[in-house]
Ligand binder design. Structure first.
Ligand code: ADQ
Length: 507
């Protein structure tokens, strides 16, 4: 537990940008930053990553990073990338190959061979920066799909230290993964880590099935927890660690005077109406078009909902340099205006669409005010927004509509209304059910959800990963009981659309 941490991720938790010709920095956003910042601040340590800007006239990158590190409460070491490296490694291999493939969307992949070359070269650059900065007792903890090759590069430069890896996104079923032209190299590289962490048991199962079918001489023991490779003979341990949030920080912020005042204003704005909220990064995996369509369907199917509910859909700009993301933005805006065009009447606009990042006060004020939170990704490693919403529900009310395909469903299935985001009828029914749900049922469900998020918070996640990395048992405390789609549904209901299922939170 006491080893200092050397955290490695693609992006440093800071954004360097230019405003009116002046360079400035601000803290980064996104799931990984949200999860790790409080942990590093508490323990101290070093974060290695790409600062997001290249060297250029007028920019004192090192000076800015040193100031940003002082403000964050821990040190930064920058891996500097050229524009070509950024394009091929980040936009190319990471976001046009691994991201869609691991989310089960292999037809969206662009398997350009030059992306693979850049991926290996940049992972090698990360390894060099780690080698220059690592201290003898550091535990090296590498994060996410951009850096699957780092341990292999570190081993090649002679580093024998223990290295852990946590995959924040899903690991796909083998028939999807095996589409990747460099499948052997990626699997072999992952097996150079000492500990591999996954968000759910399902993702770990997919990984073990993959290596068992592709790599000769592999043995998997301990119910999928230990892999032994043949040449060279080494042991890799694999655990399940569902990532979470700093529950107390969100709960305190939600209760703060500034959030309370802002929540009051938002409530006044939507007086006498139910507020349904969506908060997502701009991404095709988040199911935003599907949600907007289903919301329009709910208004068509249930006329009694009209003028009684407003959807506030917040989208945070992300990867906007990629064409597909620009197309997605245009698609969402078209769908929003279609639904609004169909249903708006004097004094009521059904969907309020916000395309920008929100600060904590505004975000938590929305969580506090929203009667219904809709988290309906087509596939998501975990999804922290669902947990943030529950942490902010101080009165233990509110309804969480949750996709079966979010990693979060594995542990939050009891209190949430589970939906299949492709099932427009089921999604519309879930909106109706959520609007009609009485306070008593809301409280029963929300208490279950809040207890889970409070107990299994980000510090639990961190402790479990670090303890598992330093000991022999890779799962010291079993993660909460998992939802398994195939185990819960009777086989006959899998083949046809099912209505929004409403599991009894007490069972
Ligand atoms: P992300 O895909 O970024 O993370 P998510 O887990 O939902 O997804 O985290 C998003 C974070 O961004 C949340 O903390 C949220 O508060 C913040 N955010 C979203 N919209 C915002 C807005 N408009 N303004 C301000 N903040 C906003 C990846 C994986 C996930 C996994 C996390 C952590 O894709 O599946 O849960 O890593 O492992």
């Amino acid at each position: 537990m006491s080893a200092p941490l050397l955290v490695v991720s693609n992006r440093l938790p800071v954004v360097i940008e230019q405003h009116d010709g002046q360079w400035c920095s601000r803290p980064g956003s996104g799931g990984l930053v949200t999860a790790l910042t409080p942990v590093l601040r508490q323990r101290g340590g070093l974060w290695v990553g790409w600062p997001g800007a290249s060297e250029q006239d007028g920019l004192d990158l090192d000076g800015m990073l040193s100031d940003a590190g002082a403000a964050a409460g821990f040190d930064f070491a920058a891996v500097k990338l050229s524009d070509d490296e950024r394009d091929k490694f980040y936009y190319g291999f990471s976001n046009e190959i691994v991201w869609p493939l691991f989310h089960g969307l292999h037809t969206r992949c662009n398997f350009d061979p030059s992306f693979w070359e850049a991926y290996r070269a940049v992972n090698c650059k990360f390894a060099r920066t780690i080698k220059e900065n690592v201290r003898a007792d550091d535990f090296i903890w590498v994060h996410d799909y951009h850096l699957m090759h780092v341990a292999k590069e570190l081993r090649e430069v002679g580093l024998r230290q223990k290295i852990g890896f946590f995959l924040h996104i899903p690991f796909p079923p083998s028939e999807i993964f095996l589409n990747m032209p460099w499948r052997f190299d990626v699997l072999q590289a992952l097996l150079e880590f000492d500990v591999l962490g996954f968000q759910t048991q399902g993702y770990r199962r997919n990984f073990t099935q993959c290596i068992s079918s592709v790599i000769p001489g592999i043995s998997v023991r301990g119910r999928g927890r230990v892999v032994t490779t043949k040449t060279p003979r080494r042991k890799v341990r694999m655990g399940v660690f569902p990532i979470s949030i700093d529950f107390d920080e969100f709960a305190d912020q939600a209760a703060s005077p500034e959030t309370t005042a802002r929540a009051h204003e938002v409530r006044e704005e939507f007086a006498n109406r139910k507020l349904m909220l969506g908060v997502d990064r701009l991404d095709y995996t988040k199911g935003i078009p599907e949600r907007v369509k289903a919301f329009g369907d709910a208004l068509d199917r249930y006329p009694e909902l009209r003028e009684k509910i407003t959807l506030v859909q917040v989208v945070v700009p992300s990867r906007t340099a990629i064409h597909e993301y620009q197309d997605l933005k245009a698609e969402i805006e078209k769908l929003v205006s279609e639904v609004n065009g169909r249903h708006t009447v004097s004094g009521w606009v059904p969907i309020h669409y916000v395309f920008r990042s929100l600060d904590r006060t505004n975000l938590t004020a929305l969580y506090r005010t929203a009667d219904i939170m809709s988290v309906t990704p087509l596939r998501d490693g975990m999804n922290l927004v669902a947990k943030e919403y529950c942490a902010c529900r101080m009165e233990s009310d509110g309804v969480l509509i949750l996709s079966e395909f979010a990693g979060t469903a594995a542990t939050m299935h009891r209190g949430a209304l589970l939906v299949n985001p492709h099932d427009r009828v089921g999604m519309a029914d879930a909106v109706y059910y959520a609007v009609m749900m009485g306070k008593e049922e809301q409280r029963t469900r929300m208490r279950v959800l809040r207890q889970g998020v409070r107990r299994f918070d980000v510090f639990w996640w961190l402790d479990m990963f670090l303890q598992a990395s330093s000991g022999d048992d890779v799962e010291l405390a079993a993660p909460p009981e998992e939802y398994d789609l195939l185990a819960i549904l009777p086989p006959e209901s899998i083949a046809r659309p099912v209505p929004a299922r409403v599991p009894d939170p007490a069972s």
